[in-house]
Design a protein around this ligand. Sequence first.
Ligand SMILES: [Zn+2]
Length: 296
Amino acid sequence: MKKVFLLLSVVALYMACAPSEPTTLNTNQLVEDLKVISSDEMEGRRTGTPGNEKARNYLVERFTAVGATPFQGSYTHEFTFTNRRTQEEMTGVNVIVEVEGMSDSVIVITAHYDHLGKRDSLIFNGADDDASGTAALITLAEYFVKEKPNHTLVFAAFDAEEMGLQGARAFVEDSVFLDKVVLNINMDMISNNDKNELYAAGTYHYPATKPVLESIETGDINLLFGHDTPDLGYNDWTNSSDHGAFHAKGVPFVYFGVEDHPYYHKDTDEFEVVPIEFYKKSVQVILNAILAFDAQ
Ligand SMILES: [Zn+2]
């Protein structure tokens, strides 16, 4: 018994004296979260379905586990909108947490957790679109709970993006809060590319973001600019995801995403086809970008 006590004392003393390890991204948990969010159990996460609710409950559970604070007192934020195709009134639910910084200037980091749902017997699991961004939100929130930011960071998992950026539009309508937002960093499809290419779109509209992005460590990832000029038509991504709602209100954005791949909006966009090493590196690059903007 004495020996055990002695051993414990030595361990405790060592832990008290050892220099603390630098905080790193919890990439194993990142991959696990991607797997769960894009599993058949979530039934494609279409807004208004039980599968979407399951995904939402999982997000609340995970954000709670990593110790992030519910945004304005609540993890969930309901909104209503008119479905553009069917004209029916629908309810969506955003999941939002925050990590308080030194200043009350805010950077809002976003991804959408909804996807296309099921068609007949096919489940559209949307592993890349956008379980990848959603899982990254949790991992990034966990990182900043441990490494306090300068800005207040809001992590928003939006609903009903696939129905026209509805969750993001509802969020930015809260104009009192929006006054404090200096930047939106949106992640939508960040896990699947076979050329190690990740885009940071938006520098055409907000040139001040470019030198910051050029200054970050990107490792093996080729961080590219573009996909944000009006001459590109469909390949102009300015309004292609939730950052479009921020841009419409004049809030600068950086949108991280990969180019379309054969799995895009197909039932083959599955966890099994995600190149895991690329995904981990991609989230690390996005963390480096957030750190660089936070230091501004
Ligand atoms: Zn998407």
